[in-house]
Design a protein around this ligand. Sequence first.
Ligand code: SF4
Length: 296
Amino acid sequence: MSAVDPATPVAEAVEASPTHTPVPVAEALEATRTHTPVPSRTSGTDPATPVAEALEATRRKRSLDELRALAERGAAELRSGSADEASPAEVVAWVAANVSPRLAAVACSMADAALPHLIAAAIPGVDVLFLDTGYHFLETTFTRDEVARTLDVRIVDVKPEKTVREQDAEHGKDLFARDPALCCELRKVAPLHRALGGYEVWFTGVRRDEAPTRANTPLIVFDERNGLIKVNPVAAWSFDDLIAYATAHEVVVNPLVANGYPSIGCAPCTKPVAPGEDPRSGRWAGLAKTECGLHV
Ligand code: SF4
């Protein structure tokens, strides 16, 4: 992992990060050095509020059939997949008009703050779920803290049942190197599934251009596995669109992005990629695995 002082501004952190072939986003990141604080309800996690209690307070009210029907109506009204489908802001506005703000959550990998920023504009104080796997780069936890500090959101750290040490004791050290599917199930998929039980909608930052497996991502769909509506408001964005939004709105971007990491996951399973390479080729490099299981 690369060390970044949490007090270090983004541009300095980028400067201090390991040297890789510069990518075009470097200039855009320079422009994100100063963040414009959004009026804050409570920035960050309330350490006195256990996740389970917080989720209990947000129990969904509609049945699965009602949510399934709402997702179908949303897909039609947002013209998902058509040539004139709704813009990201229109998608978020539709959710804000149809779902209680306490029943919506944003899943964020902390590669950037564009998605939380976009959603907080329409749903102030929205819960942002951060999968705290115990294996993150320091730059990612730095970005998480910056999101908590600068946006009107509430960070919910979603943790696995076992710490890394406990997992090592049960499965042996470095499970990610021997069985990454099981490691992702234990540290990402299952914890997220539990956390989503308290919501009616979750937003993701999945984009169609990220991988062939994501090419047909809809704007909105009923997520059968997790039992709630899944909304992908930036599905049509390119990587450049993402950086342009982050720059225009001066939102934080993980310093690793400017250093060859267009897609960021856990440190042991993420490598930098060369310019022009598949942006997700640095994830589980050398293995057949391409997805952690959250979006399949
Ligand atoms: S990305 Fe790697 S370290 Fe993170 S949960 Fe998956 S296998 Fe484990």
